[in-house]
Ligand binder design. Structure first.
Ligand code: ATP
Length: 450
């Protein structure tokens, strides 16, 4: 193994272990041995996730006049996914090793080094055994509705949130009478029976997506595509993903999803390679047209400038929540030295940090310090919400713990606070710099910085 690869594997291990130790993310069902591709969010993970999804909702929905938010059913009637093409088309090519029975996605097998043609290996990357013929593997998770378990009761757990948006297109038009262009957005779970879930939150089987379907007149798709490209880039900055590690890939003809006429993948330099973080696709009128044909219900739109009703075209920015979290964690993870000691900290932007401020009494067995610290904590908690009280261990340990979860500011109440100056020490996470701030000015001071 090269040194570079070793360091990158090491970084992923450090992040996975920090996430578990500090209560961000736990493997699901761990007491029963876990289940590949499933993760649970602990208190800090939920807070980080909510901060990210709230920022998305604000930027993509509430700050705009032309996007309507919805929340549609996860279990999806099979006719919907038959019409959208998922029931026949949502599949990956799978190769199974004849010897160790490991399964691989054919398009992700390494290229054969003895051939310069880019041909994929026919040997198992795990044991070197022979790989069988690649075959189609359908990725939708199935369920049954009602008492009978037969073809008629078959339903799917949605593989993307988008179809719930398309099936509500007519509802939004009838309720709100929007003019084109307008969008419908939602954040929610989707399910994919991935052949090889891996790389922590990167490839999971139960995922969460933030998607907008933005409806336009066909002639207007290009400026809308460009507008959403910029919005995605600005979101990447807003949540603190390292923009230097993000690049755009124009997906070639042949490699695009069945519904797309143009796709850009926003890729991130993950430790395990440059991989898709988000997608932006021009889905044409493919979905609405198919739903009109299959349901018999018109999906046409009547525009005041055009004589004939028509089916709008669609631009779709699609962002994974888990991949956002992973890219934010990787961008924030920092190791340095402070006061001669090595330390690890998460350099979160304050807007995504799960805890904004921690408040400590210098000593936990001095009632006057604890009472004052509780009072300060109470005030800050009311104002900022995500504030933590911590009196465990010594101050050095508390700083290290807060650094590791990315808390931007720590506030300490000491003897001077109660006996002399009614001021506290505020310590900055990144520089370690400490400042004395009057309690009556504390809200203003922190509010400016946060
Ligand atoms: P990939 O090629 O990596 O399988 P995809 O092209 O199938 O991804 P899309 O269908 O475009 O992905 O889904 C939109 C977004 O949803 C992705 O950009 C990603 O952020 C997220 N996503 C998709 N599949 C997964 C998964 N299995 N685990 C986590 N996030 C996912």
């Amino acid at each position: 193994m090269t040194k570079d690869k070793e360091q990158k594997d090491d970084l992923m291990e450090k992040i996975v272990s920090l996430c578990k130790r500090r209560g961000f993310i736990y493997p699901s069902f761990e007491i029963y041995g876990g289940l590949a591709g499933f993760y649970d969010y602990g208190p800090l993970g939920v807070a980080l996730k909510k901060n990210i999804t709230n920022l998305w909702w604000k930027q993509f929905v509430t700050d705009r006049e032309d996007v309507y938010g919805i929340d549609s059913a996860l279990v999806t009637k099979k006719e919907v996914l038959q019409a959208s093409g998922h029931a026949r088309g949502f599949a990956d090519m799978l190769s199974e090793c004849e010897k160790c029975k490991h399964r691989f996605r054919a398009d992700q097998l390494p290229e054969r080094s003895d051939l310069k043609s880019g041909k994929r290996s026919d040997l198992c990357p795990e044991c070197g055994g022979k790989l069988g013929e690649a075959r189609q593997f359908y990725m939708m998770l199935e369920t049954h509705i009602g008492a009978a378990e037969d073809e008629a009761s078959l339903a799917y757990l949605r593989p993307e949130t988008a179809q719930g948006i398309f099936t509500n297109f007519k509802n939004i038009v009838d309720s709100f009478h929007p003019k084109l262009p307008f969008g419908i957005a939602q954040i929610g779970k989707a399910f994919r029976n991935e052949i090889a879930p891996r790389d922590f939150l990167f490839r999971v089987r139960e995922l969460e997506q933030m998607e907008v379907e933005y409806f336009v007149k066909e002639a207007d798709w290009k400026p809308a595509f460009e507008m959403w490209r910029k919005e995605v880039l600005s979101f990447i900055e807003a949540i603190g993903i390292d923009a230097k590690k993000v690049s755009e890939l124009e997906v070639a003809d042949g490699d695009r999803a069945h519904y797309s006429r143009r796709t850009i993948d926003f890729e991130f330099e993950f430790p395990f390679g440059r991989k898709e973080l988000y997608g932006l696709a021009y889905r044409t009128d493919y979905d609405l047209r198919n739903h009109e044909n299959a349901s018999g219900v018109s999906q046409k739109f009547l525009d005041e400038d055009i004589d004939e009703p028509f089916i709008p075209h669609v631009i779709e920015p699609s962002l994974g929540v888990g991949r956002s979290l992973l890219a934010v964690l990787l961008s924030a993870y920092t190791e340095d030295e402070m006061n001669g000691e090595p330390r690890t900290y998460l350099k979160f932007k304050p807007s995504v940090a799960p805890v904004k401020i921690a408040v400590f009494p210098l000593l936990k067995n001095k009632p006057e310090l604890v009472a004052k610290a509780r009072e300060v904590y109470g005030v800050l908690k009311k104002e900022f919400g995500a504030v933590m009280f911590d009196d465990n261990g010594n101050i050095g340990k508390r700083y290290r713990r807060q650094d590791e979860i990315g808390t931007p500011f720590c506030v300490t109440v000491d003897f001077d606070t109660v006996e002399k100056d009614q001021a506290v020490t505020v310590r900055d996470r990144d520089s370690g710099k400490q400042e004395r701030v009057m309690i009556k000015k504390l809200f203003e001071f922190l509010n400016d910085k946060l």
